[in-house]
Design a protein around this ligand. Structure first.
Ligand SMILES: [Zn+2]
Ligand SMILES: [Zn+2]
Length: 452
């Protein structure tokens, strides 16, 4: 379903580019696809839809050759959808609007008339013909470019101006579905979903999902491959994400009357407040369906998936890894959210991490501090010899270069290990030791003060 999601996303972009003429096709394709009525022809349509979307992102409005091929495709499409066009129609009077009607007027008029004459509702002879005329008129008048051509040259102008042959109209049922929100089942029975707004196509991006991962100290330092099990919402395979039981058709939501929204009025000391909120019954889709048994109507099911995760070297507690598109599936075919893996790192009994440096404390005897020595020090690379120079002062920090943690994303760069030297001064001495130290003391007294 990520496929349909990206379609809707691109759709938004395309509409901004000012191509409303093609937009309805994409939308209807998306909804046809989603309804899982996967007949051969709807599959082909969806492929065209994808092609066209790709072009549009490259700006097809400015590119003549591309535009031609689009028209050719439309022509192919039109031939299969058998649209009847009257010889000379007055689009304004068909829609019952004036010549200077606003886009909103045209839209609302189409909305009213298309519902009224849809052959599924209106069984009068000629209703279908009228429905198609309304659709064609709307298609032309709702498109600024086509409308201005039509205003200047009439219907003939549209034929000449590249709208191809007998004017390349969208299948009126597709247009209707797009306009009213992909009401599945329009082609069939009387399961009327009239009044639904374009809500069903309003896909919703899925939520991000969080996973907490506890790592061993050294796995965080050097990176590791982990297989994690994530439980999140996936698109339901049974209903293809639609939430409707396969083979059934959605009907208008009784609670919101297909509007997808409900208004509540609250009386407060300051007056009446009217609040519009998403319909709790249909979730804003404006329609209710016989719920799919597998997902209970949500279109998504909770599933556990194993995900191979590559934890990069250098992560630390608080690091967050983003795994694209592995979050929860979107509603109504919306794109999935992302998976965020929150890292937590176990502490090490000897090594302490300070960013990319490792802090270690090393205890040596006062004699080793005086004379110098070599000690074995734990590092992330294992135990390493460290030279303690002669005369090392208590509290000295020795640097073991590049024995620290690799930098995240720059694994050839590493921090250092900082070794703090503690000098152990014995609290008790054997009598022999005492004798030797006293000897040392008397030796020291001979020397003038501060000559050390
Ligand atoms: Zn389902
Ligand atoms: Zn509702």
């Amino acid at each position: 379903m990520a496929f349909t999601g990206s379609q809707s996303l691109r759709l938004g972009i395309q509409q901004q580019q000012g191509a409303p003429r093609d937009a309805p096709l994409h939308k209807s394709v998306a909804s046809a696809h989603r309804r899982s009525r996967c007949s051969r022809s709807s599959f082909q349509e969806s492929r065209h839809g994808v092609d066209r979307i790709n072009w549009s992102s490259g700006g097809f409005m400015t590119s003549k050759p591309l535009r031609l091929s689009i028209l050719q495709k439309q022509q192919q499409r039109r031939q299969s959808s058998s649209v009847i066009v009257r010889a000379d129609a007055d689009y304004y009077s068909i829609l019952g609007v004036s010549k200077n009607a606003s886009k909103a007027d045209i839209k609302s008029s189409y909305r009213k008339l298309a519902r009224q004459f849809h052959p599924d509702v209106n069984k009068e002879p000629g209703a279908e013909q009228k429905f198609k005329e309304i659709s064609n008129a709307y298609e032309v008048l709702s498109d600024d470019e086509k409308r201005s051509i039509y205003d200047k040259f009439g219907e003939a102008g549209l034929k000449g101006a590249g709208a191809s042959g007998a004017a390349g109209f969208t299948n009126p049922f597709d247009l209707f579905e797009t306009f009213f929100g992909g009401m599945g089942g329009m082609g069939g029975m009387g399961g009327m979903g009239m009044g639904g707004r374009a809500a069903r196509n309003r896909s919703v991006q899925g939520d991000d999902e969080r996973y907490d991962l506890l790592l061993n100290f050294k796995d965080a330092v050097f990176g590791t491959d982990k297989e994690i099990e994530v439980t999140r919402l996936e698109s339901c395979a049974t209903c293809n994400g639609s939430g409707a039981k396969p083979g059934t058709s959605p009907v208008t939501c009784g609670t919101c009357g297909g509007q997808g929204q409900v208004a509540t009025t609250t009386n407060t000391p300051l007056g009446q407040f009217r609040q519009i909120s998403t319909c709790p019954v249909c979730g804003g889709s404006g329609e209710s369906s016989t719920p799919c048994n597998a997902c209970g109507g949500d279109g998504r099911v909770r599933r556990t998936k194993k995900i191979s995760l590559k934890v990069p070297a250098g992560v630390d507690s608080g690091s967050r890894l983003r795994v694209r598109s592995e979050g929860n599936a979107g509603k109504r075919g919306g794109p999935p959210g992302d998976l965020y893996v929150f890292i937590n790192v176990r502490t090490d009994p000897e090594l302490k991490r300070d960013g990319n440096n490792i802090l270690v404390t090393c205890k040596i005897s006062y004699i080793d501090a005086i004379l110098g020595t070599s000690v074995k020090v734990p590092t992330v690379d294992g135990v390493v010899d460290l030279k303690i120079p002669t005369g090392t002062q208590p509290g000295t920090t020795l640097v073991m270069a590049k024995r620290g943690v690799p930098y995240l994303g720059k694994t050839n760069m590493r921090g250092d290990q900082l070794v703090k030297v503690q000098v152990d001064i014995p609290k008790r001495l054997s009598s022999e030791e005492r004798k030797l130290v006293e000897e040392l003391a008397s030796l020291n007294k001979v020397k003038p003060a501060g000559s050390r």
